[in-house]
Structures are given as structure tokens and as C-alpha cells.
Design a protein around this ligand. Sequence first.
Ligand code: SF4
Ligand code: SF4
Ligand code: SF4
Length: 247
Amino acid sequence: MGIKSLKIGFLQLVGCSGCLTSIIDSTVFKEIWNKGYIIFFPMIKDGGDIDSCDLVFIEGSASKRDEKLLKKVRTKVKRVISIGSCACFGGISSNVKELELKPIHSMIEVDLELPGCPPPENLISTLLYALISGKEFKHKTVNVCSECPFHPCKAKYPIIIREIFPKGKSERCLLEEGILCLGPITRAGCEAKCVVQGGSCYGCMGLLKSDSLTSLVDFLALLAIPKELKYDVVNILNLYGKREYVS
Ligand code: SF4
Ligand code: SF4
Ligand code: SF4
């Protein structure tokens, strides 16, 4: 595929537009827009045809009624990229139980997943730039803790979880304070944004070892989670679609 002729479509399924907005806000978007790479994009360019695309980005998770469209995309397009945690894992939209939403990879094969809620701007730009310049995009291979100002964590095991979210801005690792933080098992790239801003990491960038659940299972084994907090922990893990791993 000649990079000059790259034709990109952007689809939205059940998502909040946050990922698409982040794409528009990214530094590389203007370039790909001006160079005519974009065939269709929700709300700003209608009418494009999937058949003429080389590559389609998908925001949001899918319901049963999206299956036909997704299969068409898979048949017609060389590369399919899920963008954002909803498309990659079910994410926040999977909390709408009535719709039985699923991640895109559960319906069709996906060539690349870029999680995040929304994905960080620098990663979106790196990915877009890699695509238009024919370079390979590589995920980070370190965890969120490695980008966190409170690293290294000095918590003693087992870590007794007392809170799910911090009540105020912490001056040390949240796990040391008994606050749930999924930084150790979550792929870096966001510069520990939520922790820096006074929250905790709930894992929107996805598991560091995406081919294995071992890290999640091992991490949970280090935590002592009181009965009354288990429901909240399951809900947070459900953003990954992995609620079955909390007993
Ligand atoms: S991943 Fe987050 S920002 Fe993207 S569509 Fe889902 S809820 Fe919105
Ligand atoms: S606060 Fe969270 S992200 Fe930061 S070092 Fe501790 S566990 Fe890791
Ligand atoms: S700190 Fe965690 S939840 Fe927040 S953006 Fe980074 S990966 Fe996502």
C-alpha cells in the first residue's frame, strides 16, 4: 500500500466521542486532514465509503446490531484499529448492561488496539504519524508506575485496601496508603495522569501484558480487599472486561 494513497475512515459505535475528539485535537490530525487522507469522520465528514478505505479506526464498543457493519469493515479494509478503552475492552460503555456491548475484537479480528479513555494525545499522534509514514507503532513495555512521581511503591504485602479512590491529593504511592491503584499492571503512556491529578489509576490503558492475565491475577493476590469493597473493585476491573478474576 503506497502511503501517499492511504485512505482512512473513522467509525463511531457506542462511545462518548471523547476518543474521536482527542484524535481531532492531536497535533498530527491537521496534517492528515489537509493531505486528504480522511475519507469519513463522524460529524465533520460524512458520506465516505468503507470500500475505498485502507484503514478504519473504530471508537466505542459494539452491540449485536453492529456485527454486520463490522464484518463488512473487516472484509473490505486492510487494517482495523480499535481506539479507546470502550472499543478495546468494553470500557465505560460496557456499564450499559441492557445493550450487551462488547469490545470490537470479540466480533472481528483487529490489527491494533490503542486503549485509553481517551488515549493520550502523544500516543494518538505517534500512531497517526507512524501510519502515514509507513513506520511501525510500538506499545510501551513498562507500567504506569514507571511514569508516576510516587514510584517506587514501598507498600508491604499483603496490601490492605481501605479505599477505592483517594479522598484528597496524596504525597506518596496510593497503594502505600491502602488505596486501590492499578498502575503496577497497567501499560504506561499517559504519564500517570490520573495519579498526578489526585485520582488513582483504574487501568484505562489496558494490561501491560495484554497476552496474559497472569499479571492481573498475581496483582490481585497481593491485595487484601474487604468484602464491602469487592463490588467496587469488580466494577473497576470490568472496564477491562475481566470481572471474573475477583472472587
Ligand atoms: S474510551 Fe472513554 S473517551 Fe473513548 S469513547 Fe469510551 S468513554 Fe469515551
Ligand atoms: S500511586 Fe499507583 S501508579 Fe503511582 S507508584 Fe503507586 S501504584 Fe504505581
Ligand atoms: S493513570 Fe491509569 S486510568 Fe489514568 S489515564 Fe493513566 S492508565 Fe488511564
